[in-house]
Design a protein around this ligand. Structure first.
Ligand SMILES: [Zn+2]
Length: 400
C-alpha cells in the first residue's frame, strides 16, 4: 500500500506496480518526487530509488504547501476518441486553472496548424504583402511543412508574396531522397527553388576545403561539440547571402515550438541574450519563425495529412547527438510542454516583450560577414570574427 498524505490531512491511495521504485510510483501518480518525503512502515525514510516491498506500507508526506490534489485533477480526464488530443492549460484572469482538451482527427490537426500559422504571421507582422521571403528548405518535415503552409498563406491572403525556397547542399543532400523531395515539393506549390552548391559556403567563409569535409574533420577534434553549431551557422549565413541575391531581407526557418523553447531555456540558464520569437532581427535580416506555436507532433500530423505519408526519419548526423546538453534541453522542452501545454504562448510572448525593451546591438564578423549579437560581457572577447570563423581559423581551414 502506498499513500499520499496531503497538507490538509487528506490520504490518497496511489496506483503502484510490482517492481516500481518510490520515484516511479510518485511519477505514475503525477507527484513530483521533490515535493514529498516517503516513509516506510511509518518509521524509516526511503530514497527515491528504493524498490517497493509488497509486504510493507509506504506513506509519502507532502512537504510543499501547494494543492497537489487540485493539480492532479487537471491531468485526470481521458479522451482517446480520436488520434490526437490538443491540450491547453487555460489560465483565467482570476488565476484559476483548467485543462482544455480538443480531440481531433488528422485533417482537424492540419486545419488547426494552418490557422495557427496564419494567425502567427498576421499577429506578429512576419511578412509584408508585397515582400519576398527566403525559406531554408532541407526537405525534412519541418521546412517541408513550412513551405506548404507559406504557399497556402500566399494563395489565401497574400498573392504578391514571393517565396524563394533554398536548399543548401552542405552534405549528402544532392543524392538523398529528401533533396528530390524538396525539389518536387517546391514545384508542386509553385515556389521557386534554388540549390545552393557546397562551393557557396567555401566562398562566403573563405574556406580552403569543402564544408562537408570540415564537419567530418571537426568531429575528430576537441571542438567536436561545435560541429552542429558550425553546420547551422554556415547554412544560415549562406541563406542570408542568397537573400541578398534575390533582394530579400526576410529569412523564414522551420523552427517549431520545441526548437525555440529549448533555445530559450538555454538562454535563461546560461545567461546569454537571445533575440525575439517569432520575429528575430539579425543585423540587416529579419528571421521569422511562423511555426513557433506549432508543437512538433502537430507538425508531423500536418505533414502526414498533406503528403499522404509519414515523414522519413533520417538517421541523425554524427554531430546531432553531440553535445548532450543540447539534447537534454530538447528533452526538457518536451517535458515542459507535457506538463504545461501551451506554455510557449506565455514564454515567447513574454520574451518578445522583454526583448523589445532592449534593442540588440550587432557586431559584424570580418570573415563571413555574419551579424553577431553583442552579449553583455563579450566586448573583451571579440576579436573581429564570429565564434564559428574562430573555430574554422583555429584549425587552418580559413584561407586568408
Ligand atoms: Zn564569421
Amino acid at each position: 500500500m502506498f499513500s499520499l498524505l496531503d497538507r490538509r490531512g487528506g490520504l490518497h491511495t496511489l496506483v503502484q506496480r510490482p517492481g516500481d521504485t518510490v520515484a516511479a510510483t510518485l511519477l505514475r501518480n503525477a507527484i513530483p518526487p521533490n515535493s514529498v518525503l516517503t516513509f516506510c512502515d511509518e518509521s524509516s525514510i526511503v530514497a527515491d530509488d528504493h524498490v517497493l516491498d509488497p509486504n510493507r506500507s509506504y506513506l509519502a508526506k507532502l512537504i510543499e504547501g501547494y494543492d497537489i490534489a487540485g493539480i492532479r485533477k487537471l491531468f485526470e480526464s481521458r479522451d482517446s476518441s480520436r488520434p490526437y488530443v490538443h491540450r491547453r492549460l487555460a489560465l483565467a484572469a482570476n488565476g484559476s486553472l483548467s485543462m482544455e482538451r480538443t480531440a481531433l482527427d488528422v485533417p482537424g490537426v492540419a486545419d488547426r496548424v494552418a490557422t495557427v500559422v496564419r494567425e502567427t504571421i498576421d499577429q506578429f507582422s512576419l511578412l509584408r504583402p508585397t515582400s519576398s521571403v527566403v525559406l531554408g528548405l532541407s526537405g525534412g518535415v519541418d521546412s517541408g511543412s513550412l513551405l506548404m503552409l507559406l504557399a497556402a498563406y500566399r494563395d489565401a491572403a497574400c498573392p504578391g508574396l514571393e517565396i524563394h525556397a533554398a536548399t543548401f547542399q552542405d552534405f549528402d543532400s544532392k543524392w538523398s531522397e529528401t533533396f528530390d523531395f524538396a525539389r518536387g515539393l517546391a514545384e508542386r506549390h509553385e515556389v521557386s527553388h534554388k540549390v545552393l552548391e557546397p562551393g557557396y559556403a567555401e566562398d562566403v567563409f573563405n574556406l580552403n576545403r569543402p564544408i562537408a569535409q570540415i564537419l567530418m574533420h571537426l568531429m575528430e577534434t576537441d571542438d567536436a561539440h561545435a560541429a552542429m553549431y558550425v553546420d547551422h551557422h554556415t547554412t544560415r549565413r549562406v541563406l542570408e547571402v542568397h537573400a541578398d541575391e534575390v533582394n530579400s531581407s526576410t529569412v523564414a526557418l522551420g523552427l517549431h515550438t520545441t526548437d525555440l523553447l529549448a533555445g530559450l531555456l538555454n538562454s535563461y540558464t546560461v545567461g546569454f541574450d537571445m533575440s525575439g520569437i517569432p520575429a528575430r532581427p539579425v543585423g540587416p535580416y529579419d528571421y521569422v519563425f511562423p511555426l513557433a506555436f506549432v508543437p512538433k507532433r502537430e507538425l508531423h500530423l500536418y505533414y502526414l495529412h498533406k503528403t499522404g505519408h509519414a515523414p522519413k526519419q533520417t538517421e541523425p548526423n554524427q554531430w546531432e547527438f553531440n553535445p548532450s546538453d543540447r539534447n537534454y534541453l530538447y528533452y526538457l522542452a518536451d517535458q515542459l510542454q507535457w506538463h504545461w501545454p501551451g506554455i510557449e504562448t506565455w514564454m515567447f510572448t513574454a520574451h518578445a516583450r522583454r526583448v523589445a525593451q532592449q534593442p540588440p546591438r550587432f557586431l559584424k564578423c570580418e570573415n563571413c560577414g555574419a551579424s553577431v549579437r553583442d552579449q553583455p560581457d563579450s566586448q573583451d572577447l571579440w576579436r573581429g570574427t564570429c565564434d564559428v570563423c574562430e573555430v574554422l581559423d583555429k584549425h587552418g581551414w580559413v584561407s586568408r
